[in-house]
Structures are given as structure tokens and as C-alpha cells.
Design a protein around this ligand. Sequence first.
Ligand code: AMP
Length: 272
Amino acid sequence: MQTHSEQTRQLDHTIGFVPTMGFLHEGHLSLIHDARKRADEVVVSIFVNPTQFGPGEDLEAYPRDLPRDIELIRQEGADIVFTPKPEELYPKNFQTFVELEKLPAHLCGISRPTHFRGVATVVTKLFNIVKPHVAVFGQKDFQQLAVIRRMVQDLNFDIEIIGAPTVREPDGLAMSSRNTYLTNEQRVSGLSLYQSLQKVQELLKNGIKNTEELIKAASELIQSYPETQIDYVSICDPDTLEDLPIIDRPALMALAVKVGKTRLIDNMILNP
Ligand code: AMP
């Protein structure tokens, strides 16, 4: 992969990169579509990264279907699918990690304390292997995008980072490879995430700016659905991810909810 990317660069062709964990859906394909417009060659990686999963999480159960993924990537017009094996990216005696100091102390980082260290490390490795000029990430994983942007700036990666909008099912459920875990009833409960975002947007429009009040309304809506267990509902500064008491400027509303055993996330920017 490195040799190929080096040759591509020597030809003065640009490389666009979309890192994924596979089991692709329309959300992933929208990122590939975006990368296609921005670069001469598009590389998609598929790697279920063990270092971003904590103990007891779904590393082994994570859905995989490589032949289907490759066909979808072909149809979307990408050029290369990079599928390293765990033992290739993490050989024996691997011991170097990339860690951010502040951003992982919020939102998903609280219940997943080693997650963003795994993400930052694997993305650094993939950047060094794929050598992209531009890389596209989804805003659905808002904190991940913030971590990557910060890391790229802090460590002087010469790569343009693009954030692409969240792709949703017609009923509003944010697309996710993990949606496949949901039963029909759980899928209905999963709609509570987007509904609570919409509800808060509506309350804000009616002049309610106190975040405690807004979070309470969102939480009550989510808890009214069966099998939901809130990890967090947060209204925070989109740059620092620190909680905001009042919405007097654009704010990030982000939430994580377990539906049965499946952890779902969603977010939205709220404008006062
Ligand atoms: P994953 O395979 O879940 O690690 O996701 C790979 C990339 O796809 C990440 O940049 C995600 O943010 C992005 N992504 C996942 N779901 C969506 C979605 N529903 N809409 C847009 N991008 C998404």
C-alpha cells in the first residue's frame, strides 16, 4: 500500500481516503462519493480496529461482510480497498500509541476510556500507510472527527480533513453498522435518539435555552421507550466538548443510548 501510494504521488495524482470498519451502508458510501470528487484516486480501508474496543465490547461480534463491501465500493467508484490484518497493524511488541489530553475526557470517552487512543493510533498508522492528501470522516461520530482534526493540527499531518453530514434512514435513525444488532422493537426505541434531538431543537425555537431543562426533556423522551438506557445526553461547546449551561451560541447536542445491548450515538448542532 505504501509503495503504491508513493507511486501515485510521484505521478502528481492526489489520494482521497475513507477509513471504515466495514459492513458498509449509505453513510459510508456518501463519504466515498465525497472523496471521489476531491481526489484522483480513492482508497477505502476496512479494518475492525481491536485497540478502539474496550473489554466486554463487541469486537468479536462486530458485523463483517467483505465480498459485499468490495462490491459496494466498486459501484461507488473507489479505486482501492485496503484490508490489513490485525497482526499486520499490531505485530508482537507493538507499543506506541497516540493519545489526546482533553477531548477524550468528554462524551463517549467517559464510558469508553481507551477508545480514542485506539482511534487516534490506528488513524495515524493508516495515514502513514495510505499517504492521503485528503481524508473524509462522518459527523455522526462528532467526537471522533474532533479528535482527528485536533491530532492532525497538533502533529502537523499534511492532510485535509473533511467532515461529511450524517446519513439517516427515512424515519431519522442514523445509519450505523451496529443497527443490524437491533430487533424490530429495539429499532423503534432507537428512533428516540433522533426524536430527542428534534424535540430539543423545537424547544429551543420556543425560547428554552437552559440546557438542564432541555436535557431533562430529551432524557424523558428517550426513557419513555422500552429497553433504553442513557449513557449520556450532553449539550456542549462543539470545539472543547465542555458542557454549556445555556445555549447562547451554536452548541453541540450529543447523546449515547444503549438499546438492549446495542450502543447507539447521534448528535446535532443547535443554533440559538
Ligand atoms: P465506521 O465503519 O463505523 O468506523 O465508520 C467509518 C466512517 O463512516 C466514519 O468516518 C464514520 O463517522 C462514518 N459514518 C458512519 N455512519 C455514518 C452515517 N450514518 N453518516 C455519515 N457517515 C457515517
